[in-house]
Design a protein around this ligand. Structure first.
Ligand SMILES: Cc1ncc(COP(=O)(O)O)c(C=O)c1O
Length: 302
C-alpha cells in the first residue's frame, strides 16, 4: 500500500475545490475528481463485488472488526480473495478518515473482481479493485424521534443470498424506490409470509413487551447495527427472541423498528395504512435508543 501524503493527492487540473473529498483507489489517496476506473471493471459490467458502510463518530470507527469480518465473509462467499489484511484495512480506512475533514463520517468501501474483458467466467488474473470514499455521517432527522417513519410491506423478490453484502443492489433499489413512490420511507420485505428485513435495513418488532428479530439466515443481511441491538438487549436483560416474524406478527406489533448504520434505529409508526404504537415511537424504542446513544457517546470519548 502506498503511504498517503499530499504528493499522492493529484494536482487538480481545474480550480482546486477545498470541499472535494479525498478517496482511496487501489492504494492511492486521490481527490474524488481524479479517481478513475476502467469501464471494463466487473463492478460496472456485472455488479461483481461486495461492499461495506462503516460509520465513524468523532473519527472513531464504529465496530470496525465486525465490519471487516462481514467483508471477509462476503468476499469468501463470492470467491474474491481479500486484497488487504485486517491491519491494512484499518490503516487505510483510518488514514482516509484523517485526511477528510468531517468528524462524523460514513465510510463506503467496495471490492470488485477487477478489470477484465467481459466474460462471465472469473478472469485468470486476479486483480480486485479496491475503492473507498467517505461522506459526512448525517444524524437521523430529529423529527424521527417524535413522529417515526412510515413503511410499506412488499414482496421480497431478491435472490437467495441476501446475507452477502453485494454491490448488485438493483432489487433493493427498486423496492426502496417503490416504497418512496408510495409515500413511505422504507419497504419491509415479505418472503413466503414472513418478514425478513427492510430494503436497506434490518427489522425488529416488539410483541408482548418482547423484542423480536428474525434469526440470521441467507434471507437477510447480518446487520452490524442489528448485532449491537441484540448485544445491548442481552446486557440490559430485555426480553429478546431471535425468531421468525409472520406478516400477522408484523401487522399486530406493539412497535416496529428498522435498523442500519445510517438510519440507526428508526421507529416505524405507520405500516401500510395502519398506525403503529399510536403513531409515536414507543417506550421500548426510547429505552433502546438511549442505550444506543450512550454506546456512541463512549465511542466518541474513548
Ligand atoms: C438489505 C440490508 N439489510 C440490513 C442492513 C443494515 O446493515 P448495517 O446495520 O450493517 O448497516 C442494510 C444496510 O445497508 C441493508 O442494505
Amino acid at each position: 500500500m502506498k503511504k498517503p501524503s499530499s504528493t499522492l493527492i493529484n494536482e487538480p487540473t481545474t480550480k482546486p475545490n477545498p470541499d472535494e473529498p479525498v478517496v482511496y483507489l487501489n492504494g492511492e489517496y486521490l481527490a474524488l475528481s481524479q479517481a478513475h476506473i476502467s469501464v471494463l471493471d466487473r463492478g460496472f459490467t456485472f455488479g461483481d463485488g461486495v461492499y461495506e458502510v462503516i460509520p465513524a463518530y468523532s473519527k472513531n470507527l464504529f465496530r470496525l472488526q465486525h465490519h471487516l469480518q462481514r467483508l471477509d465473509a462476503s468476499l469468501t462467499a463470492v470467491k474474491i480473495k481479500n486484497p488487504l489484511s485486517a491491519k491494512q484495512w484499518q490503516q487505510s480506512i483510518e488514514q482516509l478518515i484523517d485526511i477528510n475533514a468531517y468528524n462524523d463520517q460514513s465510510i463506503y468501501l467496495q471490492v470488485t473482481r477487477g478489470v477484465a474483458p467481459r466474460d462471465h467466467r472469473f478472469p485468470h488474473q486476479k486483480n480486485p479493485t479496491v475503492f473507498m470514499m467517505t461522506s459526512p455521517q448525517e444524524k437521523p432527522a430529529a423529527e424521527i424521534s417524535i413522529t417515526g417513519i412510515s413503511a410499506i410491506t412488499l414482496n421480497d423478490n431478491r435472490w437467495k443470498n441476501c446475507h452477502i453484502k453485494t454491490i448488485s443492489l438493483l432489487a433493493n433499489v427498486l423496492l426502496r424506490q417503490e416504497a418512496l413512490d408510495k409515500g413511505a420511507e422504507e419497504a419491509i420485505l415479505l418472503s413466503d409470509g414472513y418478514a425478513t428485513e427492510g430494503a436497506a435495513s434490518n427489522l425488529f418488532i416488539v410483541q408482548n413487551d418482547c423484542l423480536i428479530t428474525p434469526p440470521k439466515s441467507p434471507l437477510l443481511l447480518p446487520g452490524i447495527t442489528r448485532d449491537l441491538i441484540v448485544e445491548i438487549a442481552q446486557q440490559q436483560k430485555f426480553c429478546l427472541k431471535e425468531q421468525t416474524i409472520s406478516e400477522t406478527d408484523l401487522l399486530n406489533a406493539q412497535e416496529i423498528w428498522v435498523t442500519s448504520s445510517t438510519k440507526e434505529i428508526a421507529p416505524v409508526t405507520k405500516l401500510n395504512d395502519k398506525i403503529i404504537s399510536n403513531g409515536k415511537p414507543g417506550p421500548h424504542w426510547h429505552k433502546m435508543m438511549q442505550a444506543y446513544q450512550s454506546y456512541k457517546h463512549k465511542l466518541r470519548t474513548h
